[in-house]
Design a protein around this ligand. Structure first.
Ligand SMILES: C[S@@+](CC[C@H](N)C(=O)[O-])C[C@H]1O[C@@H](n2cnc3c(N)ncnc32)[C@H](O)[C@@H]1O
Length: 513
């Protein structure tokens, strides 16, 4: 018997589908996901970070859970309508190797809790019919507050699609997880992962589907340390399309499925990296990557490099071997200091008296900056005592767009800014990164060399390997290895058409003095 609280429609679907067999559990997962979507509007779902896992993705995740023996204890945090539990039971019954499976499903949404009851009853029917001892426990609780539900237990596996929600610095959940687990999580999905890894027994397994945004960037550094100090990657699945996996929720995020073990990585450990067009298609590229190439052992930022193919690995090794970086070249990178909505009174049209050029990303075109433009964005910025600290002396700079999407031809878009005659200063808006020397201009050859290099296939391929978001941060640019800037060999070193640098050139010339 299903619970009395579910509508008759849900009960009928659940019973009929579950009785008719294992494969039907996956169809049931999709039915219950749709039911939850219809009960909660889009705005409400996104306010809860509720993006249900389609059954095909849930099935892929369940296939990554590898029980060590005949008994498996699992937590499903933020269980939604139960898609992951249903896929897990379907996989267990299908493989036929487990004797006992216990799943704790933790959820806060009352509507989801109702559907979870239905999902559990259906799963129990199928498990029973196949001789699998299944125990499910649905807990109405905040997953991150483990003191409320975990009873100090540890588990063999955690399988999760955690809620996505930015957490402000004073968010109670962020503070609680920080206090109890010593990790700072700027997003609820990271908090779920951080707590999940703590709940695992040694050698236990974490299988997750999450945004890829934690893979790089400053905000997630502390979280990446927490995760990679405790667990090592085993299997990673990348998707070409950003718009497919959570299409029903209109999510446009790079998504990744990964499996980790709670244990340190050994010297010979390999991580299987797969690339798939979307969550429905099979892999189009599969290769094994040494763990130390995914998380470089001496990288304080613990970036998570995910090379989708052996060619990308080759590029990564070449870039890592380059001899310079911005700092060693005497250069710095800053985010454009003009935040336009905070200083509207200083924004003007181009060439208004007392103003200087204001450069937005829209001004960056074909490796050059075009100014002024007939654009919606104001093209001038007033020079006043209170705005002087946001201005740069007029001169040559390298500008790099701060936001580009995976679908664009280039993730790193760099341009030379040529000084406009008649101005003492220039202003750069917050959506561009500015490469400068001590807050002053660069020399033309080095600026052009740098732009050629940054716009190369090599950098594009390398950048895509570690970047999981639409941002191109100043931190990413600071970390990037560069060739020495050598004027005489410029065309050899920075040929934008070449995807790999000629070995003989590297280190073969002196930096510009
Ligand atoms: C991204 S959805 C995933 C749902 C389901 N696991 C799936 O894969 O389809 C995340 C779920 O976490 C729930 N949730 C949000 N905050 C939570 C919290 N603090 N504790 C437990 N569940 C939470 C949401 O209600 C939502 O159902």
């Amino acid at each position: 018997m299903l619970g009395r609280r579910e509508g008759p429609g849900v009960q009928r679907v659940a019973l009929t589908e579950a009785r008719s067999g294992v494969g039907e559990l996956l169809r049931l997962a999709d039915s219950l996901n749709s039911e939850l979507e219809s009960r909660r509007g889009r705005t409400e779902r996104s306010g809860r970070g509720q993006f249900a896992t389609p059954s095909q993705a849930a099935q892929t995740m369940a296939s990554l859970v590898e029980p060590a023996g005949g008994v498996l204890s699992v937590v499903d945090p933020g269980a939604g309508a139960g898609a992951l539990m249903l896929a897990l039971v379907a996989a267990a019954v299908d493989r036929g190797r487990l004797e006992r499976l216990s799943v704790v499903l933790v959820e806060t949404d009352t509507q989801a809790l109702e559907l979870l009851d239905a999902a559990c009853r259906a799963a129990l029917l199928v498990a029973d019919a196949h001789g699998l001892r299944l125990e499910t426990r649905v807990v109405a609780s905040d997953f991150c507050d483990v003191s409320g539900w975990a009873d100090g237990r540890s588990f063999d596996a955690v399988i999760l699609n955690p809620p996505y929600m930015k957490l402000g610095a004073s968010d109670p959940c962020r503070l609680m997880v920080g206090r109890r687990h010593g990790v700072d999580c700027p997003n609820l999905y990271a908090a779920f992962l951080a707590v999940a890894v703590e709940l695992l027994r040694d050698g236990g397994q974490l299988v997750a589907i999450t945004p890829r945004s934690f893979a790089n960037g400053l905000y997630f550094t502390n979280f990446r340390r927490h995760l990679t100090d405790r667990a090592s990657f085993r299997h990673v699945i990348l998707f070409d399309r950003r718009d497919r996996v959570f299409r029903s929720s209109s999510v446009l995020q790079e998504t990744v499925i990964f499996s980790m073990r709670k244990s340190a990585s050994g010297p010979g450990d390999l991580v299987r990296v797969e690339t798939r067009p979307d969550h429905i298609s099979g892999p189009q590229e599969v290769h094994d990557v040494p763990h130390h190439n995914i998380v470089l052992p001496h990288d304080p930022g613990r970036f998570i490099n995910l090379p989708g193919s052996p060619d990308v690995m080759c590029v990564a090794e070449r870039v890592a071997a380059l001899p310079a970086d911005l700092r060693s070249l005497g250069l710095s990178v800053s985010t454009g200091p003009v935040v336009d909505f905070r200083c509207r009174e200083h924004l003007t049209a181009a060439r208004v008296e007392g103003s200087v050029p204001l450069i937005y990303p829209v001004n960056l075109r074909d490796a050059r900056v075009e100014w002024p433009l007939e654009a919606r964005k104001p093209q001038g910025f007033t020079v006043a005592p209170q705005t002087r600290r946001w201005l740069f002396p007029n001169g040559i700079y390298v500008l790099v767009k701060r936001f580009t999407a995976k679908e664009e031809r280039r993730r790193v878009v760099a341009c030379v800014y040529d000084p406009v005659d008649g101005y003492g200063h220039v202003a750069f808006e917050n959506h561009v990164n500015v490469i400068h020397r001590d807050h002053g201009p660069l020399r033309r050859p080095e600026a052009e060399s740098l732009v050629n290099f940054l716009n190369s296939d090599l950098v594009d391929t390398y950048f895509r390997m570690f970047s999981g978001s639409t941002q191109v941060n100043a931190t990413d640019l600071r970390r990037l290895r560069l060739p020495e800037l050598c004027e005489s060999h410029r065309s050899t070193f920075f040929d934008a058409e070449n995807s790999c640098l000629p070995d003989h050139g590297i280190g073969n010339c002196e930096p510009l003095s």
